[in-house]
Design a protein around this ligand. Structure first.
Ligand SMILES: Cc1ncc(C[n+]2csc(CCOP(=O)(O)OP(=O)(O)O)c2C)c(N)n1
Ligand SMILES: [Mg+2]
Length: 330
């Protein structure tokens, strides 16, 4: 089956990409203002600073693409589904959530939309992503898989074993590294002896590219460049996007006082902001102020309504704890 991957962007598509980036930012701003009420009984790892990466990578791929992610998955879930009812339902632990309120923020999924798995355990969704891609290779379906992970996953054997197998079998899979140079409080220079993940990975038989993760045009440029190569020369691609993590590893606050990094100046903070750049990029694609304002207004109303709905939805019943639980003893 032939897959259609986008290489040029219509005005409508540009507006859709902008909407997803705005949606991710505003959902997380809502989490930040609601979290202290302690009604969301889940740790949250915010995507703040990385919102453009999934929205822009997935805009270059067919809708049939299978996706996998990590616990820092809000922008991925929202880019795939835009479903704020399922999103906030899950954060508030209600039956309306994407996992009936039993999973929380770190395990958001939407298998009906191709988002199969996200996980709290670093690197663990990479092998299943390769498995899904291998299944498509076996069936000769031509489908693509995209797996998103942090720079910390590059310290896991699972990543290198998966990359090796995927390259050997020439699978149509994109390994997408969301690189904030941090694993909790540890900087990459204190964790990895390789000075360039891109050049280390490039020693494998795959396509590779990198770009700043706050610039929509550059993200899509890098994604398109490898996807075009994959079309003529099927094999995996590795994409690395650096971005600035504005907030603490887990939670809703800034952490510049924690002592492991210093606060950049205001100009640098502004320059790394993907939403600002998404606005600039959207206008450069011919979108007018009214169109952008309308999107903002609609998304703001959607979020408000979803939070209200989530808060009034029922909690899962205790008996649901025993559903979907399997044991070897039956
Ligand atoms: C296998 C495993 N080892 C250690 C941890 C503890 N841990 C949780 S988050 C994290 C940092 C991961 O950093 P990175 O992959 O760069 O993702 P980021 O949080 O920066 O998005 C670690 C080490 C874990 N969850 N899983
Ligand atoms: Mg990281």
């Amino acid at each position: 089956m032939k897959q259609t991957h986008s290489v040029s962007i219509s005005k409508e598509k540009a507006l859709g990409i902008y909407r997803k980036i705005y949606l991710a930012r505003k959902c997380e701003e809502a989490i930040r203002s609601e979290y202290a009420k302690d009604q969301m009984k889940t740790p949250v790892h915010l995507s703040n600073g990385a919102e453009a990466i999934p929205a822009c990578v997935l805009a270059c791929l067919a809708e049939t693409t299978k996706t996998f992610g990590t616990y820092r998955n809000h922008s991925l879930f929202l880019a795939v589904t835009e479903n704020t009812d399922r999103f906030f339902g899950e954060l508030y632990g209600r039956v309306t959530g994407c996992a009936s309120g039993l999973a929380g923020s770190m395990h958001l999924t939407a298998p009906e939309s191709g988002l199969f798995l996200t996980s709290a355990v670093v690197g663990t969704t990479i092998p299943p992503a390769v498995g899904a891609s291998f299944a498509d290779w076996y069936r000769n379906s031509g489908n693509y898989t995209a797996v998103f992970f942090g720079d910390g996953a590059l310290e896991e054997g699972a990543f290198w074993e998966s990359l090796n197998f995927a390259c050997l079998k020439k699978l149509r899979i994109l390994f997408v590294c969301e690189n904030n140079e941090l694993a909790i409080h540890a900087h990459v220079r204190d964790r990895q002896s390789s000075r360039s993940a891109l050049s280390t990975v490039s020693a494998f038989d795959c396509h590779a590219a990198e770009a700043p993760g706050h610039l929509p045009q550059r993200i899509m440029g890098a994604a398109r460049s490898v996807i075009e190569k994959m079309a003529g020369d099927p094999k995996p691609a590795f994409l690395s996007f650096d971005y600035f993590r504005y907030l603490e590893h887990v939670g809703v606050h800034e952490d510049f006082a924690a002592g492991y990094r210093s606060r950049p100046d205001e100009k640098t903070l502004r320059e790394k902001d993907p939403l600002t750049h998404a606005g600039i990029w959207a206008r450069s694609q011919g979108l007018g102020e009214e169109e952008i304002t309308n999107v903002n207004r609609t998304v703001d109303a959607q979020i408000k309504q979803s939070i209200e709905k989530a808060k009034s939805a029922p909690f899962p019943s205790p008996s649901m704890l025993f559903e979907h639980v399997f044991s070897a003893n039956g």
